[in-house]
Design a protein. Sequence first.
Length: 239
Amino acid sequence: MTPTPHILIVDDHRDIRDLIAKYLIKHEFRATTAESGPAMRRILQSAAIDLVVLDIMMPQEDGLSLCRFLRETTQIPVILLTAMGEETDRVVGLEIGADDYVTKPFNPRELLARIKAVLRRTHSLPPSHGEPLSKQIGFESWRLDVDQRVLIDKDEVVVPLSTGEFNLLQVFLQRPNMVLSRDQLLDLTKGRSAGVFDRSVDNQVSRLRRKIEADPKDPKLIQTVWGGGYKFAGKVTRQ
C-alpha cells in the first residue's frame, strides 16, 4: 500500500496553516503545521516529510531563507506561498530550488492540485545512489569540492563552475551510469522554472564537457544516449 503523503505547512498565520492542514486531511493527506523556521527544523528531525508548503513572508527567518536551507540539506520538494504582485520573490524562489508556487489569496483546490502534481513529478525522478554527497567527490582525475563549488584537477588547479554547471555535475555524480532524460535533469537541477527548455540542458552539458572531458567532441564521461538523454559513465568515489 502506498503511504499517505505527509505535508508540512510553514506559515506564521495560524488561520492559514490550519485551513490548509484541515483541507489536506479532508483529502486524505497527513498534515503537520509549523509557525516558524525553528519549528520547521524540529519537525524535520522527527518526521518523514514528503513536501513543504512554505510561506515567503514571515518575520525573522523568511521563506526564501528556509527554502535555501531545505535545498542545501534535503531533497524534499517545496511549494512557496507568495503575496500577489511579489514577482521578484517568486523568481528568486524558483532560482534557489522551489518546485512551484501559489499566489495568495489562493483556492485550496489549486494548492491541492499543485501538491499532487509536484509529488507525482518528484516521485518519478530516479533516486540518487548511496549516501548524500560527501564534501569531496572524485571521478577520473578530478575532484569536486562541494562546499567551494569548484573542480580541482590532478595538478590541484582549481576550475570554477557556474551554478548551472555545478548543479548538473552534482546530479550526474549522484546517479552514475543512470540514463537521465532532459526533463529529469531539468527537474533535478532547477525544479519548476519558468521559461526553461530542453536546449538549456544541452548547453549546460556542452559547457561541462569542455571543462572535464579530454576530448569534448568525443566525450567519455558524459555520454549522450540517443532517444534517452545523458549518462555519466565515469567511476565516482566519495572522499
